[in-house]
Design a protein around this ligand. Structure first.
Ligand code: R5P
Length: 169
């Protein structure tokens, strides 16, 4: 069920930390088997004391750089909970990272938020469920419904200018 890009293939930027390291190998192989181009932003080796921010920010930066260059790309960041990974990714201008924990939140992240990064907790799901949620996120298009596009534009306005219509002085 792939809908993005030519033949459904998308460039996927992946990042994790020690909590998701083992799972990352399964995920990369799964996404490649589905025809996606996968770039793994680390970690490259297991270190039980490593820190997720730099890996996740690197992946998030790559998603934005690709999208701004016209390349269809999405990001997948995951750790123990997905919370820190989502927070890290959302520090990058242009990123809308959504924490996904079931099928509806995977679909809504794309349909309502045009999320370009999925964050997910590797300690919260088994491998099959993780793959299903990530697949669903990737396969779901943003339909461009006006009210959702309007709200996304408001977030971008605040992100780039520090101002937003409707904010009380
Ligand atoms: O939000 C952060 C992530 O869930 C991390 O993967 C988690 O905090 C790592 O925890 P620990 O260092 O206890 O393995």
């Amino acid at each position: 069920m792939r809908v993005h890009g030519e033949g459904g293939a998308v460039r996927i930027h992946v990042a994790t930390d020690h909590a998701g390291f083992e799972y990352s190998k399964t995920l990369v192989a799964h996404l490649q088997a589905a025809g996606h181009e996968v770039l793994d932003h680390g970690p490259t080796a297991y270190d039980g004391d490593d820190d997720y921010p730099s890996f996740c920010i690197a992946a998030a930066q790559a998603v934005v750089a690709d999208q701004r260059a016209g390349v269809e790309a999405l990001g997948v960041v995951f750790g123990g909970s997905g919370n820190g990974e989502q927070i890290a990714a959302n520090k990058v201008e242009g990123v809308r990272a959504a924490l996904v924990w079931n099928v509806p939140t995977a679909e809504l992240a794309r349909e309502h938020n045009d999320a370009n990064v999925i964050a997910i907790g590797a300690r919260q799901h088994d491998e099959a469920e993780m793959l299903a949620l990530i697949d669903r996120f990737i396969a779901t298009p943003f339909p461009g419904v006006e009210r959702h596009a309007r709200r996304i534009a408001q977030l971008a306005e605040y992100e780039t200018t520090g101002r937003i219509a409707g904010l009380l002085d």
